[in-house]
Design a protein around this ligand. Sequence first.
Ligand code: F6R
Length: 243
Amino acid sequence: MFRVIKCKNKTEIAEKVSLRIENQIKRKKSSLFILPTGSTPVPIYKKLVKDCKEGKVSFKKVKTFNLDEYLGLPSDHYERYYNFMMRNLFSGIDINPSNINIPNSEAKNFSREAKNYEQKYRDEGPADLAILGIGRNGHIGFNEPGTGIDSVTHVVSISESTRIANSRFFDSLEQVPKKAITMGIDTIMSAKEIIIVITGKDKRIILDRFLKEKDFDPDIPATALLKHGNVKVYVDREAMGGK
Ligand code: F6R
């Protein structure tokens, strides 16, 4: 199944995707999720925090693996993904901190950290559900164009176009890290179900290209999802060009 679900706006997507997450937890309390950062998931995380505070869902047994983490930022940097996740989701829900997994950007040896992260995920996984955003160049996680479909968690050089796109979160382009650790495409594809959320007018061009593809095209890493079998693509009107 590869279904495109057209929604009015980000609020409607947040309602639908958070409901799917909450139903998954109701079905299996110890569900494992792969989670993204960036601006796309923020409304979803807000809704999950609200619902948890109102007692509608509990994350006590839930396990999470984040897709990626920047390398080279000070540990207290606002944009470090660990800090992003604490601020936007984890500090507002009742998750057990020991069930949270994010690549450690303070590790001494980053390749070893990537390997260990992959191993831990494979030991505890596969994920019941992966939530993804998409980069303007079609990346998922930090798997930039040209990444192999068989890639696992690895250290990556962030492409110039992604650094420019992400510079909106930093004071200047120079401050955007050049490296990251990311789950590979194969790691992501191991999830039993994948939801990719594509919102906002900045994603119009990539959404159009993505939906026209029929098979994996390494120039658009997200097209790997065409090979998965259980994918839902949530899009809003802005990304569809107002349609
Ligand atoms: C972040 C991640 C990235 C983002 C993508 C879109 O953990 O995996 O692939 O999903 O860069 O970012 P936003 O949502 O900021 O447009």
